[in-house]
Design a protein around this ligand. Structure first.
Ligand SMILES: [Zn+2]
Ligand SMILES: [Zn+2]
Length: 188
């Protein structure tokens, strides 16, 4: 079983509920065919969350590169020292969202690096799922030089396309073979 943590930064209770439901739905979907992958999303406990929030809103996060935030979270938030993957859902104007956008022009809705996923497009389940899969070593299926172009895997509707949405995923299969392979990959 591979575990990732999640936390909502400065969001209201209905948003917390929605993120929790979407991650539960993702867990069930991944445990079923075709993926058959055992993953779990665990809400960061209150004491750890308090420390994580202080890091995420600190001047270091605001002014240093994204990896400085990752290093601080690992040092200060005990559960993350042992198992780093974590998703932070936050508003687009929050400090971690701004730091993430500084890292890449492609990070319009979310960004993941070194086991920390920051998500700031909060009304699209597919983008939340996409960023969540990065936590388990799944790579993007788009060409960085042509993000809106065709996917680089066998599925035109792959979840790991640049900007998945109801319109681009539809009822088609959306977990490609390389995504499934990564999900079944390393155990912890
Ligand atoms: Zn991605
Ligand atoms: Zn793919």
């Amino acid at each position: 079983m591979r575990t990732a943590y999640w936390h909502c930064l400065d969001l209201d209770a209905s948003r917390w509920d929605q993120v929790g439901r979407w991650l539960e739905e993702l867990t069930e979907m991944l445990a079923s065919p075709p993926a058959m992958a055992e993953v779990a999303f665990c809400r960061l406990a209150a004491s750890a969350a308090e420390i994580a929030e202080a890091v995420l809103q600190s001047p270091v996060t605001a002014s240093e590169p994204f990896r400085a935030t990752v290093m601080l979270l690992r040092q200060k938030v005990a559960p993350l020292g042992r198992c780093m993957p974590m998703m932070v859902c936050c508003r687009p104007d929050s400090i971690p969202a701004r730091t993430a956008r500084c890292e890449s022009l492609l990070a319009q809705w979310g960004y993941c690096c070194l086991g920390l996923s920051v998500l700031y497009k909060l009304d699209n389940k597919w983008i939340l799922w996409h960023e969540a899969l990065h936590l388990f070593g799944v790579n993007d299926c788009y060409d960085n030089d042509n993000p809106q172009g065709p996917t680089i895997c066998e599925l035109p509707h792959c979840l790991m396309q640049y900007a998945p949405s109801d319109a681009t995923i539809g009822a088609e299969p959306f977990l490609c073979s390389r995504t499934i392979k990564a999900l079944r990959g390393r155990g912890t």
